[in-house]
Structures are given as structure tokens and as C-alpha cells.
Design a protein around this ligand. Structure first.
Ligand code: AHR
Length: 484
């Protein structure tokens, strides 16, 4: 079966922010994993681990959501600014019940973004904060010249305001963020949004509302109906678990074959969720002005045995790479509505890109999928016509002179072939890379960091008629970049 690639029609643009990430105050996601402090013996710049920053720069991390998650609804920003040794200790009640010293606060977050070259996505505290607290925080971050909060920021060492691109009002307000009903949340959202300072007319702050939990379609309906005119985007949270039991989710490694298949199938459910939520949004927003942003997604397994309870530490295998590829392919399909997503989470937590242990750092299979897909950022989706062969999932996009095709083969045992015929003639392979697992839970460890790395993918040919044939190994993800 040949897939015809409709390269003559330009599909929606793949927003680069689809490749965003999420870093919460959770376990060693920030402390130890990203931030070690200036005095650490681990190589750092202004307290940020250099190995981690460099690895994230390589995949062009475009946006980083912070400070939570559930943590955001207990976070009081004033406790995290000013001299570090005078900052107030807090208890992280959501994650591990540990005491934190607030050394990583607003100034450190923007310093991290500066080093990464990434945009800000801050989540306000709606659950236990106030409208005034939120308004003061935004004034603190974004106001130039003289004002109470701008003066305080300058006193704390930052003369110029920062650029705050994305701003979330509430996190899981239907659950740990306040147990609200959608009608009530819609009003709370309207109130917070009303007092959100918009000082910079050139770069208005993007307003993101708390969206539904998985398939809570009523939430989407009510929140968009009553508050849609005041938002730029609404978020969706959907995690992939091997089982349906949050108390026995399943292991990240050493799992039965059935849990390979359940994870692949459940990751694919993202398509149905985006389709149905987006259809509801169409009722109030047929022009698709409001984005549907999946600002938490990824796998969630039982925590690695022996690790601190509540730190959500898990290994990351070739199965996770499949989940990442499946999700990206779906996000591209919905690129007209989905403009931003954040995988949960960047370092050491859930489906992480990077794992650290003291001064060591390893890249996970998921990291390599982000790397394989980075050429899609800012490209236009190319629609494919034809039946996708069993166990395969793909996406294609074009930008400038280049056609980029990414494919995942989710079969555990079989090699699988895909054939494409672009309408326009693309004839020169510019690059072609793959990652491959040799067993279902193939992964990298601190002892063996290179079990899974990107290698050149050789099983691809373009014939004289411009037909592209690729043969994928079992459990592999490939990206092929072709020029005219
Ligand atoms: O990513 C971990 C947690 O998952 C987040 O804090 C919360 O928003 C979600 O329930």
C-alpha cells in the first residue's frame, strides 16, 4: 500500500511549542536534576547543571512550564525571591512531603530560560492564592519603569522585566487545584483573567485556562461556553498508564507483553480525546481561535522500587519512545487546534528526557524522539492518503525545501515496510536516523548509557519515480529528511 503525500497542499503549521516540556517542584525534577546551586561541585552556570542545559538546548526546547502542576496551587512566589539565605522554607505537601528552601524561584527560573533560549510558561496559584497575589507576580515579572513590584524586582537584582509568554490560570482545578465544578471554575477564571496585568501591548500574555481531565467533555463544554472569550488556550491533561488502576499502574521495566500493547493502545487514545474536545470547542469557536493545549502528557508507571515515595521516579524505555512518537504524530494531525504541549516531566520525573544521579546524566529513549522530531518544528503538516500498515504510525511535514517523515514501528517482533509517494518530487535524502530497541524494555542506565542512541538509518530508498520505501526494524522510530 502506497501512501500518497499531499505536498501540493499546505496543512496547518506545527507550532514549535508542541515540543514543550514541564518541570515541577517534584522530587529531583528541579533540585538536583536541574538546579544544584552555584557552589555545587557539579559543573554549573549560575546554579544550573551544564550537562542538563546543554542536552536540552540540543533538542531546541522551546517552552518550559513551571512551577507545577499540583505544586503551583501551593506556591507563593514572594517566598522565592530576594536573598536566597533569607527565603522561607516550605513543605512540598503534594510531592514527598519534603522541606524545600525556595532556592529556585522566579529569578532562577528566568535564568534557566535564558540559558536554554526557551519561553516562559508560568502557572498561577488559583487553589490557595489570591487574585492580588497573581496580579503582583505578573507585575513583578513584566513591568518596566517604576511601580511597587517593578521596584522590588530591581531591588532583588533584575533591572529589566522578563518576557512572560504563556500564563496558566489554575491547574487541575477539577481535582487537586480546588475540586471545582466547571461553571464555578469558569467564573473564577474570568475573575483572575480580569486582573491579569497586560502591560506590554507588543507581547500580550497568552492566557491559558485549566481544561479537562482526560474525557471530561462537560468540563470543556462549560468552561469554553462561559469563559471562552477571555482565553487564548485551554489545557488538557492525559497520562498513559499500562493498567486502569492508579494504585497498580505497572512497572516501567520488566513488564509483560500485554502491557506493551495496552500502553501503545492507550497512547493512541489521544487522537480521540483531541477530536472530541475540539469538536465541542467548535460549537463556541468555529474559527479555532482558542487552542487546545496538552500541557501534561506522557507515561506514568509505579515508582522505581527503593526511590523516595512521591518523587515519581521511573525508568524510560523504548516503549516510552513509542508513546512519544505516537503523541507527536497525533499532535501534528491536530495542529490547527493544538499549539502547545508539555511532556511530563523534563528531568527525573515521569516520562523524563534526562535522568541524573549526582554528577552523572543520561539521555532517555524519549529524549532521542524529541531529537528525531525537531525538524518538524515550524513546518507545515503534509496529509497522507492511504491505509497505514498495521503497527506503524507516521507523520510528515514540509518546510522550505525539505520534507520530513517520521515513522514508528510498534511491533515487538516484525520489521515493517512503508511506501510514500509525494505529489512533488523529493529526491535527495539529507539525513535519516533511527532508534531501535532490542527488547521491550531496552533502556539506558548510568552503567550503560548508550544502549539506545540515534544511529544512521540505512533501510530507505527513493526510486526514479520519487517513491520512498523505508523498512523499519521492530520497536524503532525513524526520521527521514528529504530535499527536492
Ligand atoms: O505531573 C505530575 C502531576 O500530575 C501534576 O502535578 C498534576 O498536575 C498532575 O496530576
Amino acid at each position: 500500500m502506497v501512501i500518497e503525500l499531499m505536498t501540493e497542499n499546505s496543512g496547518a503549521k506545527v507550532s514549535k511549542y508542541i515540543y514543550g516540556q514541564f518541570s515541577e517542584h517534584l522530587g529531583t525534577g528541579i533540585y538536583g536534576g536541574i538546579y544544584v546551586g552555584k557552589k555545587s561541585s557539579i559543573k554549573n552556570v549560575n546554579g544550573m547543571r551544564s550537562d542538563v542545559v546543554n542536552a536540552l538546548k540540543e533538542i531546541h526546547l522551546p517552552v518550559l512550564r513551571w512551577p507545577g502542576g499540583l505544586f503551583a496551587d501551593t506556591y507563593h512566589w514572594q517566598q522565592g525571591v530576594g536573598p536566597q539565605d533569607k527565603r522561607q522554607l516550605i513543605v512540598n505537601t503534594n510531592w514527598g512531603d519534603v522541606v524545600e528552601d525556595n532556592a529556585f524561584g522566579t529569578h532562577e527560573y528566568f535564568e534557566l530560560l535564558r540559558q536554554l533560549g526557551a519561553e516562559a510558561y508560568i502557572n498561577a496559584n488559583v487553589g490557595s492564592g489570591t487574585v492580588q497575589e497573581m496580579a503582583d507576580w505578573v507585575e513583578y515579572m513584566t513591568r518596566s519603569g517604576k511601580s511597587p513590584m517593578a521596584d522590588l524586582r530591581q531591588k532583588n537584582g533584575q533591572r529589566e522585566p522578563w518576557k512572560l509568554k504563556f500564563f496558566g490560570i489554575g491547574n487541575e482545578s477539577w481535582g487537586g487545584g480546588g475540586h471545582m465544578r466547571p461553571e464555578y471554575y469558569a467564573d473564577v477564571y474570568r475573575q483572575y483573567e480580569c486582573f491579569l496585568p497586560q502591560n506590554n501591548k507588543k507581547h500580550p500574555i497568552y492566557r491559558s485556562a485549566c481544561g479537562p481531565n482526560v474525557d471530561d467533555y462537560n468540563w470543556t463544554d462549560k468552561v469554553v461556553k462561559y469563559a471562552g472569550e477571555y482565553m487564548d488556550g485551554i489545557s488538557l491533561h492525559y497520562y498513559t498508564l499500562p493498567t486502569n488502576d492508579w494504585h497498580h499502574k505497572g512497572s516501567a521495566t520488566n513488564f509483560p507483553e500485554g502491557q506493551w500493547h495496552s500502553v501503545i493502545q492507550k497512547a493512541g487514545r489521544m487522537d480521540e480525546l483531541l477530536t472530541r474536545h475540539s469538536t465541542i470547542m467548535d460549537k463556541y469557536d468555529p474559527e479555532k481561535r482558542i487552542n487546545l493545549n496538552v500541557d501534561e502528557w506522557g507515561t506514568w508507571y509505579d515508582e522505581t522500587p527503593g526511590t523516595h515515595e512521591g518523587f515519581l521516579q521511573q525508568q524510560n524505555t523504548i516503549r516510552d519512545a513509542m508513546v512519544a512518537a505516537i503523541n507527536f504524530n497525533i499532535f501534528h494531525k491536530h495542529a490547527d487546534r493544538v499549539k502547545l504541549t508539555c511532556i511530563a516531566q523534563t528531568v527525573n520525573v515521569l516520562q523524563a528526557m534526562l535522568l541524573t544521579k549526582d554528577d552523572q546524566m543520561i539521555k532517555t529513549p524519549t529524549y532521542y524522539v524529541f531529537d528525531l522530531y525537531k525538524n518538524h518544528m515550524g513546518a507545515n503538516v503534509v496529509q497522507g492518503i492511504g491505509k497505514t500498515p498495521k503497527d506503524l504510525t507516521y507523520t510528515a511535514s514540509q518546510k522550505d525545501n525539505q520534507l520530513t517523515i517520521s515513522i514508528a514501528n510498534t511491533s515487538i517482533n516484525d520489521s515493517n515496510e512503508m511506501t510514500f509517494k509525494p505529489q512533488m518530487n523529493y529526491s535527495k535524502i539529507v539525513s535519516s536516523y533511527e532508534i531501535v530497541g532490542n527488547k521491550m524494555d531496552a533502556h539506558n542506565t548510568f552503567e550503560e548509557p548508550d544502549n539506545i542512541v540515534e544511529k544512521e538509518f540505512k533501510d530507505v530508498l527513493i526510486n526514479k519515480d520519487g517513491i520512498i520505501k523505508a523498512k523499519l526494524a521492530p520497536m524503532s522510530v525513524v526520521t527521514i529528511v528529504i530535499e527536492k
